[in-house]
Write a protein that binds this ligand. Structure first.
Ligand code: NAD
Length: 321
């Protein structure tokens, strides 16, 4: 039986990865600084602990484990990443998790380690046009990410690749492009655009109005959680150790996303544009590399994922007094 450690198992993507690995018959240990808010842990062993602490990391990484999935990070949506208020914590906390987990994994001769990087590593200056044709992996350099979150991700990508060169540990690195779905943060300030939009529409009356940061003409692509997990598992089974995009190439404006959510909810909703933290003007995933290397790329339409996510968030809103 294969043995895996999922770091950040109390979070959105980590929680889904634990479920997938259990389905595949793995023995799984999850670790997170907090319990999962939305599901009972399926892991064989779930440790509540802080990965910034090397002693805790030494306890959760076993000698010769087959795989580690490193999702733990101090992160959130635009309201968390782009205000500047959390920059020091985002860099310090996430870098410490990566430094500790990777070093212990190399020391204990873990078979393979996955690192969750982000589309936020791509240079700001090539994302000024809402009609972004797509970010190829090779566009990462010369580097100029638009946030400290992106700089930490880029540093950590390089850290994983350096450990692979110097310590022989196998690494797999994915650059996620806006992952969304049920059991993700949907309120409280760390939620990302799809979840925030679903919550606002669920809370609004038919014929009402919701607030949106900026003019809503900025574009993004969004990937449903099941396809993200499928991509990560395929990457782990492959020989690809260069960083690779895991994202959808179905680009949409934030106004378009709000409209789609309102359609799914069956409500007529007006948009009230207000100033707020935004990020780059246009971003899309470019999927030639994943298609070529893994003979697979995400293909589900955005609307299918929004339907499932809206249903789940509307339930959470209804259940909240
Ligand atoms: P999430 O916030 O739901 O999960 C991250 C988890 O890490 C949280 O449960 C948090 O408690 C845990 N954590 C943070 N600091 C910790 C510490 N010191 N010790 C132990 N646990 C700690 O986020 P997510 O959406 O599941 O993202 C997972 C990973 O994917 C992150 O590294 C994130 O940067 C990356 N990523 C996500 C997206 C996305 O759209 N969700 C996009 C790009 C990259």
């Amino acid at each position: 039986m294969k043995k895996a450690l999922v770091c950040g198992a109390g979070g959105f993507i980590g929680g889904h990865m634990v479920a997938r690995l259990k389905d595949e018959g793995y023995w799984v240990r999850g670790v997170d600084i907090k319990e999962h808010e939305f599901c009972t842990p399926l892991a064989d062993d779930f440790v509540v602990g802080d990965l910034r602490d090397p002693q805790l990391v030494a306890k959760v990484v076993d000698e010769g484990m087959d795989e580690i999935y490193q999702f733990a990070a101090d992160m959130g949506g635009a309201g968390y990443i782009f205000t500047g208020e959390h920059d020091a914590g985002v860099m310090h906390n996430s870098a410490l998790c990566n430094l500790n987990v990777l070093d212990e994994a190399a020391r204990k001769k873990v078979g393979k380690i996955f690192y969750s990087s982000s589309a936020c590593i791509y240079p700001e200056d090539i994302q000024t046009d809402p009609n972004n044709p797509g970010l190829r992996e090779s566009f990462a350099y010369p580097a100029n990410p638009d946030s400290e979150y992106g700089w930490e991700k880029l540093f950590s990508e390089r850290l994983y690749l350096a450990y692979q060169r110097n310590h022989g540990i196998q690494v797999r690195v994915a650059r996620f492009h806006n992952i969304f779905g049920p059991q993700g943060t949907w309120c409280g300030g760390r939620e990302k655009a799809p979840a925030a939009m679903c919550r606002k529409v669920a809370e609004a009356e038919d014929g009402g109005e919701i607030e949106m940061w900026g003019d809503g003409e900025q574009t993004r692509s969004f990937l449903y959680i099941d396809e993200c997990i499928e991509g990560v598992r395929r990457l782990m089974e492959s020989e690809v150790s260069d960083p690779i995009n895991i994202g959808s190439d179905e680009m949409i404006s934030i106004n378009g996303l709000a409209q789609m959510v309102a359609d799914v909810a069956g409500k007529k909703i007006g948009l009230h544009h207000i100033p707020g933290p935004l990020g780059v003007r246009g971003r899309n995933s470019e999927n030639s590399m994943i298609h070529e290397k893994l003979q697979w790329s995400p293909s589900q339409p955005l609307r299918a994922g929004i339907e499932k996510t809206y249903a789940w968030i509307a339930e959470q809103v209804d259940a909240t007094p």
